[in-house]
Design a protein around this ligand. Structure first.
Ligand code: ING
Length: 270
């Protein structure tokens, strides 16, 4: 955060489940996961220093964590905290990948469907720090509906964190494709919605399990403006011209003028 501030950053994006290891890779009962890895309050003593530093530096931030609500409902959650240290937005992950069974033959699990409920807050846009922020988490970035619903609410920047294992436990997917599909998802959706997208990876070897890096900041043109080159702690920073998206939203993707929702019904059919 200090390094980002030093580069002139006003908003810092941290990864999904930034406060813990990516525990859905391990088989355990829900009760154990919730006891070991979930936050029951936010902020809390373990993260208060982050909130305090952000306020001192005058920067906002997005951070992902495992949330256990007072009613005992588990979510894969992210928040946007404004420059005064106030929570200005919250999102609970909707597209949960993976499985609920114990795949004993797999090198690791992907138990997001076991440990988290589908988010109940929808895809919303938060007007804070003079920016209309959309937010999502990891697998959400692969689904065009995620961005379109937020662009229809006039999002200017979508921020997201991700934990993407390099190995696919379902089929022998070439490792490089994990990065390709990650970047093409960001680029296509940034362009097709006239928005900036900032995506932060938790990457490298975590508990001996490798996750991809390639954190990136993508312009409304679909072009990658900044990208990490290492799997260490690394800061990328861009002075985003928010007016860049205006041309695309005014012309190519002018939803009011050109969208034809009367023909899109199949997309929302269950
Ligand atoms: N991780 C991965 C992601 O969407 C995944 C899981 C990878 C699903 C590749 C499909 C294809 O980046 C999380 N945490 O969603």
């Amino acid at each position: 955060m200090r390094e980002a501030k030093g580069r002139g950053a006003e908003m810092v994006v941290y990864p999904e489940l930034a406060l813990t290891t990516f525990f859905p890779r391990y088989w355990m009962e829900e009760e154990e996961a919730q006891r070991r890895f979930f936050e029951t309050t936010m902020p809390n003593p373990q993260v208060q220093s982050l909130f305090d530093e952000a306020r001192k530096l005058g920067v906002g931030f997005y951070v992902g964590y495992a949330e256990l609500t007072p009613e005992g409902i588990p979510y894969n959650t992210a928040i946007i905290v404004d420059k005064s240290g106030k929570i200005a937005g919250k999102y609970r992950k909707i597209h949960l990948p993976g499985h609920t069974d114990h795949k004993t033959d797999a090198p690791f699990q992907h138990l997001e469907k076991k440990f988290f409920n589908v988010g109940d807050l929808g895809f919303r846009v938060f007007d804070t720090m003079d920016v209309k922020f959309g937010m999502c988490l990891c697998n959400d970035r692969r689904w065009p509906e995620t961005y379109r619903v937020m662009a229809l609410q006039s999002a200017e920047v979508v921020v997201l964190g991700y934990n993407t294992p390099s190995i696919n436990i379902y089929w022998n997917e070439p490792v490089h494709l994990r990065t390709t599909t990650h970047l093409v998802s960001l680029q296509a959706n940034a362009y097709q919605n006239g928005i900036w997208v900032a995506a932060a990876a938790k990457c490298g070897s975590e508990d001996g399990h490798h996750m991809i890096g390639s954190s990136a900041i993508v312009a409304p043109t679909g072009e990658i403006v900044a990208r990490t080159v290492s799997e260490e702690d690394e800061v990328i920073c861009v002075k985003a011209d928010l007016s860049l998206g205006e041309h695309f939203r005014e012309h190519v993707f002018n939803f009011a003028k050109h969208r034809r929702p009367e023909f899109y019904g199949l997309i929302v059919d269950r």
